[in-house]
Design a protein around this ligand. Structure first.
Ligand code: NAP
Length: 527
């Protein structure tokens, strides 16, 4: 049942008088659910509980924390249809997408549980003492990764499950040993409350301390900002707009004790289509890209917003087919009237820039909040002159840039800001022939793709989801895949520490059977 209350640890609480509704974009009306915005007192209570819970939770073994994550996955599954109904109502996304995203969220939780049970991710590194070393004896030093403390998580509007309440940020922080306080997304607070109830049930069932998880409602910036500024919060995970992410990043850096903010923000995900791809499969790529641009009403951070090629009849053919194919596709409902309004505004603004031509524009009548797709094209020289054309338009929108030659294509890449992904469509010989272009692309992205589409982000240890600013605030880390846990830990060295008091990961006997680096060599043996 959706109560509209906050979870302060396991307590449901509604002390404040400020309330808001979530919105059903398909019905174009408020939902029946009323949410109580968290008060300052409730924020403090959640932070105090998280602080206390941390002292206990951080001491739990990986295996015990894994039972918690597995229980979360089970409890989310047990929520059944009402969860799917809340998701579709608050997001306008179809049931198939809801089911797929729930599967991904549950799979993600279980993947972190597996990581914890194996345990080697803590990077135990041991340099044993050499008492006889000349001219100075060498002391025993052992290092591993330890959790940083309570984390504030800002869920994404476009992934109510996989990047929100129990999404990658929450799963990775809990796996790392950090309690989590979620700032619920105002567009899907009902879905968030149901998921929170599953996390709280799982915490109680597996003996986790009260305060290991809290969920605060808010519509407006205040609650999130108070959370980021709270002295008991030690890190922030965020997915959303460049404005929101950078505002929170700056605030966290201005704190008396600055804390890390891992924000995943905007990206236009450049795609370079090389001559062989145009010659061999131009029409196929055009069809695939029409689908990729339209996926989820274009509301993916990996949406291909920029396609770049060298002027040729092949490129003209590609552009014509892309236009034809994308106009055939049915437009779909966006997440919220504000996102739809932003989409329409961005689309209009870019469409009137000098030198742009319309390739495709869906113009039939549509229901409220439905995004009509659009594709523009522009010459390389006009694109280079106009930074407005480099901006993300969040929705089913893309620009094809027609470059005069490879050198202009390289200049276009050099002008782009950091991106989550970059794609090359071509053949293996072209990867060598256009090595400078490939290198320029690689320098700007977190994931470089050969002959594929950027939408669809596999959750696995080798995934990098994060790129140079403004794609994310720290390109050294990923927000997808099990490596995401590395954002919430810091290395600590134990020097000359009594053997018995060392963490299990660093003990001579290697009781957890971890893969470690001992005196410079990878090994899972005892010392
Ligand atoms: P958003 O406006 O950045 O909001 C994300 C979360 O951050 C919300 O919970 C919001 O809370 C909070 N927030 C935003 N600015 C804040 C600030 N200055 N101080 C404190 N809290 C702040 O993103 P959104 O609602 O998901 O979508 C809006 C736009 O973001 C979209 O139109 C799109 O352009 C972009 N977006 C991009 C991606 C991507 O992956 N590239 C994904 C999603 C959205 P409140 O609303 O309660 O303040």
């Amino acid at each position: 049942m959706i109560t509209g209350k906050n979870y302060i640890g396991k307590e449901l609480s509604a002390k404040g008088s400020d309330t808001y509704h979530t919105f059903d974009p398909k019905q174009n009306s408020d939902t029946e659910w009323v949410f109580h915005q968290a008060t300052k007192e409730e924020i403090d209570a959640a932070a105090d509980k998280a602080h206390d819970a941390f002292q206990v939770y951080k001491m739990f073994s990986g295996a015990k924390k894994a039972t918690f994550l597995e229980a979360i996955a089970d409890e989310i599954e047990a929520l059944g249809d009402p969860l799917i109904q809340a998701y579709t109502k608050e997001s306008g996304l179809p049931e198939g997408r809801a089911n797929g995203e729930r599967g991904r969220t549950i799979g993600q939780m279980r993947a972190f549980a597996t990581l914890l049970k194996e345990g080697s991710w803590v990077e135990a590194t041991i340099d044993t003492a050499q008492p006889d070393r000349e001219p100075m004896p060498k002391i025993d030093i052992r290092k591993m990764l330890l959790p940083i403390g309570p984390i504030a998580v800002f869920g994404a509007s476009n992934f109510p499950f996989a990047f929100s309440t129990a999404g990658g940020d929450t799963a990775s922080a809990l796996a790392a040993g950090c309690p989590v306080i979620v700032k619920s997304h105002p567009m899907h607070s009902g879905t968030g409350e149901l998921i929170s109830s599953a996390i709280i049930k799982a915490a109680e069932r597996t003996g986790m301390p009260d305060g290991v998880f809290s969920n605060l409602n808010s519509s407006g910036n205040e609650v999130g900002q108070q959370l980021v500024m709270h002295s008991k919060i030690k890190g922030v995970g965020f997915t959303g707009s460049i404005n929101g992410g950078t505002a929170l990043y700056r605030m966290a850096n201005d704190r008396k004790e600055p804390i890390p903010v891992f924000a995943e923000m905007g990206s236009i995900n450049p795609v370079i289509i090389l001559p062989s791809a145009l010659a061999a499969k131009g029409d196929d790529w055009a069809k695939q890209y029409a689908g990729s641009i339209m996926l989820g009403a274009g509301q993916f951070c990996t949406n291909p917003g920029l396609i770049i090629g060298i002027k040729s009849t092949g490129l003209d053919g590609f552009i014509a087919t892309l236009g034809k194919e994308i106009e055939k596709l049915e437009p779909s409902c966006m997440l919220h009237p504000n996102i739809h309004k932003n989409y329409e505004k961005g689309k209009k603004e870019l469409s009137v820039q000098g030198g742009t031509d319309t390739v495709a524009a869906y113009e039939s009548n549509v229901a409220p909040n439905v995004a009509q797709q659009k594709v523009l094209s522009v010459n390389g020289s006009n694109f280079l002159k106009n930074p407005k054309l480099h901006q993300e338009v969040f929705g089913p929108f893309s620009i094809v840039v027609r470059c005069a030659d490879a050198s202009e294509l390289q200049q276009v890449l050099d002008k782009l800001e950091g991106q989550l992904t970059g794609t090359i469509l071509g053949n293996e010989e072209e990867i060598k022939k256009y090595a400078k272009i490939v290198d320029a692309l690689q320098g700007r992205v977190g994931r470089i793709i050969f002959n594929g589409v950027p939408t669809g982000v596999e959750v696995c240890p080798s995934m990098q989801h994060g790129g140079p600013f403004p794609a994310s605030t720290d390109s050294r880390f990923t927000s997808v895949g099990t490596s995401a846990a590395k954002r919430w830990v810091r290395p600590v060295s134990f020097q000359n520490w009594p053997a018995e008091s060392l963490p299990d990961a660093l003990k001579d006997e290697n009781p957890l059977g971890l893969s470690r680096i001992v005196n410079g060599k990878h090994t899972d043996a005892k010392i």
